[in-house]
Structures are given as C-alpha cells and as structure tokens.
Write a protein that binds this ligand. Sequence first.
Ligand code: FES
Length: 159
Amino acid sequence: MNDTPDNSDAAKVERPVNSGRRRFCQVAIGGTAVVSGATVAYPIVAFLRLPKSLGPMAMMEVPVEELSEGYGYWGEHMGKQIVVVKLNDEIRAFDGTCTHLGCMVRWDSTSGGFQCPCHDAKFDDLGNPIAGPANTPLRRVEFVVEEGVLKIRDAAGRA
Ligand code: FES
C-alpha cells in the first residue's frame, strides 16, 4: 500500500472560480470610481470654463437681431461675464456671477431660468433665487439699444 500523497496533476482538485461575481465586482467598483470622479470634477471644470473671454477692457455690444427668443447670449464687459436673454420680446441683462459663492451661472433655455453648476442654485428668469443656497438675486445689468445694437452701460455694468 502506498501512504505517500499523490501530487500528480490528476489528483489536484480545481476550486470552482466564480468569475461572474468577480467580474461584477470589478465593474461595480470601476463604475463607482468613474461616477465619483465625474461628480467631483464637473463643478470644478464648470467653474473654470468661462463662457467666452474677450479681455478685461472689452465692451459688450450685441446686435439685437442676433438675440434669439428664449436663449442666453454670453459676453464679456469690462471683465464681467454678462448674459443677455430675450423672453417674450423683452431683453434682460444680468451679471452671470452666482450670488452664493461666485461661480458662473448657466442659462437653461428648457426651464427658462438660471442654474449654478457649483452648488445647484436656481434663479428664475428675473434672476430671483428659487432653489439652492443662493438667497440674493442675480445682479441686473443696465443697457441701451442704439441703432439696433445693445450696449452695456459702464465698467461695472451699472447704469
Ligand atoms: S456658487 Fe452658485 S450655488 Fe454656490
């Protein structure tokens, strides 16, 4: 009789490997990492990406015929990001700086209001805060229309 253990390949027992569960865990962990990274990165990128930069001395002038109903038109006036919207044939201009902590808001043509990507403040079409942490309206900016061209009034965007 042979008392020595059999070490041949035939005697080895393969452990069942649950490759489906392992693969699921890998995908779940990878997906969670991607979603977490995007959640952190989006507000940072949105904050850093200003809509349009013309320089600190640029004067914003917009031919009124270029303004489309319901859409926001961004420009820079003396270093300030200004958004002009036309709603029901009424033109309004705002400083695009969120009144919470200073991120640039976005005009949402679907809802007809402003949204801030940083902490999700929402403002109505008059710039009044309606949701989120901001409790001060967006600053209205005065303008004139001369010969079909909208012109922001002064360096601070104030009349
Ligand atoms: S900076 Fe806009 S909600 Fe905070």
